[in-house]
Design a protein around this ligand. Structure first.
Ligand code: NDP
Ligand code: MG
Length: 365
């Protein structure tokens, strides 16, 4: 079993009184900056002047400065801008201003693992990857909880890299849940594989293929939508709460028998072979090269694929059906502006309370 680090393992003094630069104030950056500040640390936010999030950082009580200024004299620099902008920003604004002995921290290992960022050997290079979107990193912290984090050390120039990374995770609230050690390679490769084969790519293709199969056989698109997409959440919630066993407890015997005998025929040997190939492309760096190149050449292929994905009939039918369910997250603005009907507003309130409860319990499961 992997060792789990918790609050008692932390030497917080390695960061107390030190200058911490948080570069980027988006999903992760905002949550990190606020949590670290509330944990008593000395946080500077580095951004490009005139950018969208500059004002947000000011409203939250920070005095944002340029990236170069934030990095100067910093003891730790957290790189929390989008992955595809990190390498250039690092080369132009971070590296020339970074003091020897400072730690550079990432929330995802992509650029370090695939050699896009090579820090000077006088610097520590560490990873703290919270296993959740920034919004929950902040919310759980304010509730006295935290989200689990992965920790990795790529380069230990000072002999303190691990302690510094663990103290950072502590400042985020991560040690209230669990901090697990990994490597940059494992974090990057498993993260990419998960999102490609299962979480984003795999699930959407499965939904679309199921929907297409039913509609092509003459069933109503609305019925196909409910069976293949809408109900997915109910099943995923059960699996999230208690694995396959809990899902099996709640579905019918007929559903279970169909699952056990038909599921392996759909996600069959061919699908497993395809997963292996996808993993190999991640491990060899082929996927990374392709994605970096796509970004350097104007994202033409990516944009075309995205447009096609969003035009799939399940999206069109879904949009219409969901517009009548004002309590769904995508319709929250309708809930909030009171545009919903009275009975819908009651449903909105119930749903929001439910979602709040789900988020609260998510971190302790
Ligand atoms: P975001 O897309 O939310 O980051 C946006 C921020 O980056 C904004 O403040 C933006 O400023 C700033 N920014 C963008 N380009 C530049 C630039 N050239 N110079 C200065 N600032 C810039 O990123 P995320 O928070 O999603 O991701 C940050 C890191 O965290 C990534 O490594 C990601 O893989 C990792 N991560 C993300 C998770 C998530 O849930 N989102 C989960 C776990 C890890 P402006 O207002 O000027 O545009
Ligand atoms: Mg897809």
């Amino acid at each position: 079993m992997a060792k789990v680090y918790r609050e008692k393992d932390v030497d917080f003094s390695v960061l107390q009184g030190k200058k911490i630069a948080v570069v980027g104030y988006g999903s992760q950056g905002r949550a990190h900056a606020l949590n670290l500040k509330d944990s008593g640390l000395n946080v500077y936010v580095g951004l490009r002047p005139g950018g969208k999030t500059w004002n947000q950082a000011s409203e939250d009580g920070f005095k944002p400065v340029t990236v170069a200024e934030a990095v100067k004299d910093a003891d730790l620099v957290a790189i929390l801008v989008p992955d595809m902008t990190q390498a250039e920003l690092y080369e132009k604004e971070v590296a020339p201003n970074l003091k020897p002995g400072a730690a550079v921290l990432f929330a995802h290992g992509f650029n370090v693992h695939y050699g896009q960022i090579n820090a000077a050997k006088e610097n520590d290079v560490v990873l703290i990857a919270p296993k959740s979107p920034g919004k929950l990193v902040r919310q759980t912290y304010t509730e006295g909880r935290g989200v689990p984090c992965l920790l990795a050390v790529h380069q230990d120039a000072t002999g303190k890299a691990f302690d510094v990374a663990l103290a950072y995770a502590h400042g985020l609230g991560g040690t209230r849940a669990a901090v697990l050690t990994t490597s940059f390679a494992e974090e990057t490769e498993t993260d990419l594989f998960g999102e490609q084969a299962v979480l984003c790519g795999g699930v959407t293709e499965l939904v679309a293929a199921g929907y297409d199969t039913l509609v092509a056989a003459g069933y109503q698109p609305e019925a196909a939508y409910f069976e293949c997409l809408h109900e997915l959440k109910l099943i995923v919630d059960l699996i999230y709460e208690g694995g396959f066993a809990r899902m099996h407890e709640f579905v019918s015997e007929t559903a279970k028998y169909g699952d056990l005998t038909r599921g392996p025929r759909v996600v069959d040997g061919h699908a497993r072979e395809a997963m292996k190939k996808v993993l190999q492309e991640i491990q060899s760096g082929e996927f990374a090269r392709e994605w970096i190149n796509e970004n350097k050449t104007g994202r033409k292929n990516y944009n075309a694929l995205l447009e096609k994905d969003l035009k799939h009939p399940v999206e069109v039918v879904g949009k219409e059906l969901r517009s009548h369910m004002s309590w769904l997250a995508g319709n929250q603005s309708a809930c909030q502006t009171g545009a919903a009907q009275a009975q819908d507003q009651a449903a909105c309130a119930t749903k929001q309370a439910q979602q709040q409860k789900e988020k609260e319990t998510a971190s302790v499961r």
